[in-house]
Design a protein around this ligand. Structure first.
Ligand SMILES: Cc1ncc(COP(=O)(O)O)c(C=O)c1O
Length: 473
């Protein structure tokens, strides 16, 4: 039998990096990880047996075992039954390429240009937690894991979502009403097809979320643009334009893109109207996890006593769009129809990601992630506002969400503003493009979700300088 050798015979060289007291397990794990990242320990190489290393380093064996286990959960080593622990063939992305071992390890995805919308909020800690859960799920798959599942998704995740929505959004629902989807987009598509016919009229906020608008257009629906003011969508204007519409799609907690909140009188008016004519209210609650000041707002669904609201949530903002995970809470009378349609459309959601997310929520990683992400996003928001302060734009500081609006002054075109901001290093979207009818505002929609405060402040200052220069030319 081939005997595995390490090329690191002098393991006692690790002794100086381990603190005399305190968390020696963490120090050992960090040092081994660094040796792997800097390719001192190479893929496939064997680590010493835990007992042997513990003796050499004068550590409790449990500390070495725990360090190995954490390295395995993070994907740096693999335990092979009866053979020992080996450096993983493929260590996590970026880590092996590091040339500066002292630099703090960044294992997250390559960051997009500051200001870019829709960038998610996963940090290194969350990525590590998710990676560990993915590995464990694949190593110990739950029963039925690789078989056909329920069209609405796995029950453990649906139950976690029910608990989460009850605690944070004032929504009371049964897990049977919750459908896991691959994001809001797939929920809108299924619901649109299940409940509406080509030519059905749907009220849509103006300005609006273009992905939803384009989907409704692709289904052949008749779009009824309804203006938005500081109280959100105006139901009176909707009634004036199409009193018998079959549905309304809106973002009541944080209007996309303007950032207003639907006032209580308008919420009640909307529910009354929907009850009166039997319309469906599609509530897109895409970023409520990120409320920075004041008490959390209850969802519109939470005050619906007549079962007209279809509530949509997503993990695209709360975690990352690349997970493709969202959910719909359906009125009981719609469950059967949508269930059947899901079955013949894409059968059922991906059980791997569902299992991981259910554990991520149940083991409180999600709550901890949101606390960290909220803090980071708030700091990024403040840094963005600070950086933009020289730009002579009217910036609305949002108390929720992951984007802000910087309105142009003096009838400036937002196309030119966008070009200048981009040249200064800040990505954005043009506000005027998001109107269905003729735009009544010009400005930039700027995202701040996953950016470090210094990074986005510098980009915003660069944009402010470029805008000032551009104006003076
Ligand atoms: C208004 C709105 N709803 C929903 C989403 C999320 O969509 P999905 O869950 O399909 O990624 C976004 C993302 O930008 C959004 O802006």
């Amino acid at each position: 039998m081939r005997k595995h050798q390490t090329n690191f015979p002098d393991w006692s060289a690790l002794i100086p990096v381990l603190p005399a007291g305190g968390p020696r397990r963490d120090a050992l794990q960090g040092e081994l990880r660094r040796l792997i990242e800097t390719r001192v320990l190479l893929p496939g190489q064997k680590l010493p047996p835990s007992r042997e290393l513990a003796q050499r380093l004068k550590l409790a064996r449990g500390a070495v075992v725990a360090a190995y286990e954490q390295l395995a959960a993070d994907g740096f080593v693999e335990a092979r039954l009866g053979a020992g622990t080996f450096v993983a063939a493929l260590v996590p992305e970026h880590a092996a390429l590091k040339t500066a071992p002292q630099a703090p390890a960044r294992t997250g995805p390559t960051p997009p240009m500051p200001g870019k919308l829709g960038s998610g909020t996963v940090d290194d800690k969350t990525l590590r937690d998710l990676r560990g859960l993915f590995r464990e799920t694949l190593m110990r798959p739950p029963p039925g894991f690789l078989h056909y599942g329920d069209p609405f998704g796995d029950l453990p995740l649906r139950r976690e979502i029910v608990d989460y929505l009850r605690a944070t959004r004032g929504i009371r629902a049964d897990a049977g009403q919750v459908m896991i989807t691959s994001g809001t987009q797939s929920a809108l598509s299924l619901i649109g097809r299940a409940l509406l016919q080509p030519k059905s009229r749907i009220w849509v906020e103006d300005p609006c979320y273009p992905q939803a608008l384009n989907l409704f257009r692709s289904l052949g629906l008749t779009i009824i643009p309804v203006p938005v003011d500081r109280d959100g969508l105006d139901p009176a204007a909707g009634v004036a334009a199409a009193p018998e519409a079959e549905a309304v799609y809106l973002t009541p907690s944080h209007q996309y893109p303007l950032g207003t909140t639907l006032s209580m009188p308008r919420r009640l008016a909307l529910l009354d109207w929907a009850q009166g004519c039997g319309a469906w209210i599609i509530e897109d609650d895409y970023d409520s996890e990120f409320r920075f000041t004041g008490p959390p707002l209850a969802a519109l669904h939470g005050i619906d006593r007549v079962g007209r609201v279809i509530y949509l949530g997503t993990f695209s903002k709360a975690l990352a769009p690349g997970l493709r995970l969202g959910y719909a809470v359906l009125p009981t009378e719609l469950v059967e129809t949508v269930h059947k349609l899901r079955d013949i459309t894409d059968r059922y959601p991906n059980p791997l990601i569902e299992t991981v997310l259910a554990r991520f929520m149940a083991e409180r990683h999600y709550a901890a992630h949101l606390r960290r992400a909220r803090k980071r996003c708030r700091m990024a928001r403040d840094a963005l506002v600070e950086g933009l302060s020289e730009a002579q734009l009217d910036v609305t500081i949002p108390d929720q969400g992951l984007h802000l609006i910087a309105n142009a002054r003096n009838c400036e075109s937002d196309a030119e503003l966008q070009r200048l901001a981009q040249a200064g290093g800040l990505a954005s979207r043009r506000l005027s493009e998001l109107f269905i009818k003729a735009p009544t505002q010009q400005g930039l929609v700027i995202g701040y979700s996953c950016f470090e405060a210094d990074e986005i402040r510098a980009a915003a200052s660069g944009a402010a300088r470029a805008i000032a220069l551009g104006r003076n030319r």
